[in-house]
Design a protein. Structure first.
Length: 383
C-alpha cells in the first residue's frame, strides 16, 4: 500500500504562484497514483473552510488568519509544528514545499515522531551559511531528502554539507500535454481571437508585473529595439500594495513613449497555453530566478525564449539552441536579442524546432512526479 503523504506548504489554493501551483499539481498527481494525500497550509481568510476536500486531496488550513506576506511563513511555523506532532499517526512522510520555515517544522517534528521529511528547495540562498543562518542549516541537514528544482540549488545543498545521496534534482514540472506546439488551425484561431495579424511577430511576457521579473527592463528594451511589425503581449497580475509592483509604471512608460500600438497588457490569464499558441518569442528578463517555470512552459509549447542568464534559467535555456541569453538588468543587450529574433525568421524557426525537445524529458510532470513518488515510497520503507 502506498504511504500517506502530507504536503506542507505555507500557501496553497486560491493563492497562485510557482510554489503553490507546483504543490497543487504534485498533490493531484500523487493522489491519482494511489497515495493518500493531505495538504497542510496557512489559514488566509475566513471565507475559506478549515477543511476542504478537492480532487481526492484533503486541504487543512490552520494558524492565524492573514493574507499572504513574507512574514507569514514564520508566523505559520509553530502552528504547523503543533499539527505535525498532534497528527503524527495520520501520515507517513512529510514533503515541505519551499522549505524555509516549513523545513524547520518538518525536521523538528521528525526528531520526535520519526516521520521522514523531504525538503523541497524552491528559492536560492536558504542553505548559504551566514552568521544568522547556521542554526537553521544545521536543522535542515537532518532532513531525509532534498528535492532541488535547479542544479544551482543542488550545488548549494552540497556546499552546505547535505550528503550527496540525499540530494535529488526534482524541478517544478509542466503538463506537456497542455503545453505543446499548436496546430496550424489552433495558431490561426488564437491570432484571430486576439486580433493579432498573421504577419506580426508576437512576443509574450508571462509573469507578475513586478520589478524583480525585469518588466521595466523589458519596457526600455522594447523602446530601444524599434521592431516592426512586432507586438508585445504582457500577461500577468499587478502586485497591488507590494513594494516591487511596477504594473502602473509599465503602463505609464508605454503611454509616455508612444508604444501603445505595439504593447498590450492583457492582465492575468488562466489559459497560458492559448497565449503561447499565438507567440513567436517568449521573454523572461528576470533579475533572479530559482527556476523560471514560464520559460519551461514556453519551450514545451515550441516557443523560443529570450531570458536572463541567471539561476535555474541556465539549466534549460541554451543560447543559440533554443533561445538567447542576456545579462540581467541590461535593457540594451535585451533589445539586441529581441531585434535579432524578430528580424530573423530562419533563426526563430531553428530555435523553435529545438525548443520542446530541450525540456520534455526533464520537466514533464509525469516523469518528475513519478520520480517524486518513488522517493516517497523509498523513504517510507526505511522508516
Amino acid at each position: 500500500m502506498n504511504p500517506r503523504v502530507l504536503i506542507l506548504t505555507t500557501y496553497y489554493r486560491p493563492i497562485v504562484g510557482g510554489v503553490e501551483s507546483n504543490a497543487e499539481r504534485l498533490a493531484e498527481y500523487l493522489a491519482s497514483d494511489g497515495f493518500s494525500v493531505r495538504v497542510l497550509t496557512k489559514r488566509i481568510r475566513r471565507s475559506l473552510p478549515d477543511v476542504e476536500d478537492a480532487d481526492s486531496v484533503r486541504i487543512e488550513r490552520v494558524g492565524m488568519e492573514a493574507e499572504r506576506s513574507a512574514l507569514g511563513k514564520w508566523q505559520f511555523l509553530p502552528f504547523a509544528l503543533a499539527w505535525l506532532l498532534r497528527h503524527a499517526v495520520e501520515y507517513d512522510v512529510v514533503c515541505a514545499v519551499d522549505y524555509r520555515a516549513m523545513g524547520i517544522a518538518a525536521v523538528c517534528a521528525r526528531a520526535l515522531t520519526g516521520r521522514p521529511a523531504i525538503l523541497q528547495a524552491q528559492t536560492p540562498g536558504g542553505l548559504v551559511i551566514r552568521p544568522m543562518t547556521w542554526a537553521a542549516i544545521a536543522i535542515y541537514r537532518q532532513a531525509d531528502a532534498f528535492a532541488c528544482i535547479s542544479h544551482a540549488l543542488e550545488h548549494e545543498a552540497a556546499a552546505a554539507g547535505v550528503p550527496r545521496d540525499r540530494i535529488h534534482f526534482l524541478p517544478n514540472a509542466v503538463d506537456t500535454r497542455r503545453f505543446r506546439p499548436p496546430t496550424s488551425e489552433e495558431r490561426r484561431e488564437a491570432r484571430r481571437q486576439s486580433g493579432v495579424s498573421d504577419s506580426a511577430v508576437v512576443c509574450v511576457y508571462v509573469g507578475r508585473l513586478s520589478r524583480e521579473k525585469g518588466l521595466m527592463d523589458l519596457m526600455e528594451a522594447w523602446r530601444l529595439a524599434h521592431v516592426d511589425p512586432a507586438v508585445l503581449l504582457v500577461a500577468g497580475p499587478d502586485m497591488v500594495g507590494h513594494p516591487w509592483d511596477v504594473g502602473a509604471a509599465a503602463r505609464a512608460f508605454v503611454e509616455q513613449h508612444g508604444l501603445g500600438g505595439s504593447v498590450r497588457f492583457v492582465g492575468s490569464t488562466t489559459d497560458v497555453p492559448a497565449l503561447l499558441h499565438l507567440a513567436d518569442i517568449a521573454i523572461q528578463p528576470s533579475h533572479f530566478e530559482a527556476l523560471g517555470l514560464s520559460a519551461v512552459e514556453a519551450l514545451a509549447a515550441g516557443v523560443p525564449v529570450i531570458a536572463s542568464e541567471v539561476g535555474g534559467l541556465l539549466d534549460f535555456v541554451v543560447d543559440g539552441r533554443n533561445g538567447k541569453l542576456c545579462p540581467p538588468q541590461d535593457p540594451g543587450s535585451l533589445a539586441i536579442a529581441i531585434k535579432a529574433l524578430v528580424e530573423d525568421e530562419a533563426l526563430r524557426r531553428m530555435l523553435a524546432k529545438n525548443a520542446r525537445p530541450s525540456v520534455v524529458e526533464e520537466y514533464d510532470e509525469r516523469i518528475v512526479f513519478a520520480r517524486y513518488g518513488s522517493l516517497i515510497r523509498q523513504l517510507a520503507r526505511k522508516n
